[in-house]
Design a protein. Structure first.
Length: 309
């Protein structure tokens, strides 16, 4: 089996259930923040969370598989001492294949807007559940150099990884591309300005495109970079079983190179590159939001008053 075929086969392999993993095993992409950087979450213990102790996080929502990576942003502290309001901003994977009880929970969110960051090809046969009263907008979050929507289906990711000499470096470039002239990010900010919340933000796995979008929202609300990174890295906790238990038939080079972990989790370095891209040429984040989204100080203050408490 050649390299590309092996990757395609491995990426099509998905566990049918995710058992709770034994404690004491850690992902190589965790533990990146210092202790003093962990205090951006209300009610989060100062010590590192026990593995998979996701109920300790303010954003955890029971009733969904951990792999769905679904949580809310409420309770995260902003630099001015206020907190993101609960029940307004949700992030996760696509709302597909939900059972009756899960639909009932989503109905209870009272969503006014769903922003789907997937490519059109990713939605075929995987359409979102859209509750009554919610608007649905699909706007791709990432594009390749030719301007095509980036498809993150397993087969497309396999092709992406095997066709690029340094796929992880390219992934970082895709991250930073979301911070400038990105239609989906402008639509997201427009939804926030229009007060179309509660809002559910998602892509396929709810990690890369969704992670950047959530980081952008939190930066807009004045949350510190350290707290944003902490929220971002929760994805590696939610998806730990998949990250740490690659399929047996996976070629050794995929795991040893870090590709498996990167494909199924997130890397702090990508988000730090996003921050650097936002700050390039701007003395402050406020300058970035004014330049990119036309938000002056009054508009920023109004948004923060709406989504913080």
């Amino acid at each position: 089996m050649d390299r590309r075929s092996a990757m395609r086969q491995a990426l099509r392999t998905r566990p049918t259930s995710i058992p709770r993993r034994p404690s004491g095993r850690r992902s190589p992409m965790r533990g990146c923040l210092l202790e003093e950087d962990r205090q951006g979450f209300r009610d989060l213990p100062h010590e590192r969370m026990a593995p998979m102790d996701l109920a300790a996080t303010s954003g955890h929502i029971p009733g969904f598989p951990l792999m769905m990576n679904l949580r809310e942003l409420g309770g995260i502290e902003s630099a001015d001492g206020r907190y993101v309001r609960y029940g307004l901003l949700y992030r996760g994977a696509a709302l597909t294949g939900l059972g009756p009880e899960q639909r009932r929970i989503v109905d209870g969110f009272g969503l006014r807007c769903i922003l789907d960051l997937r490519a059109e090809t990713e939605t075929d046969g995987r359409e979102d559940y859209v509750p009554e009263g919610a608007e649905y907008h699909r706007i791709a979050g990432m594009y390749d150099a030719a301007g095509n929507e980036m498809d993150f289906s397993p087969a497309a990711v396999a092709n992406f990884l095997t066709m690029n000499n340094d796929p992880m470096e390219l992934m970082g470039a895709l991250y930073t591309s979301m911070t400038h002239s990105n239609p989906a990010m402008h639509a997201l900010i427009d939804c926030l300005i229009a007060g179309k919340a509660p809002l559910y933000l998602h892509c396929s796995a709810g990690k890369d495109r969704t992670g950047v979008a959530a980081a952008l929202v939190l930066a807009l609300l004045g949350v510190s970079d350290a707290a944003i990174v902490r929220e971002f890295l929760l994805t590696n906790e939610y998806r730990a079983e998949l990250i740490e238990n690659p399929p047996a038939e996976l070629p050794e080079w995929v795991t040893s190179s870090g590709l498996w972990a990167r494909m199924n989790g997130v890397d702090e370095r990508d988000l730090l590159a996003v921050f650097a891209s936002m700050d390039e040429g701007h003395a402050t984040r406020e300058e970035y939001f004014a330049y990119e989204f036309g938000l002056d100080r009054a508009a920023l203050a109004a948004l923060r008053n709406r989504y913080l408490e």
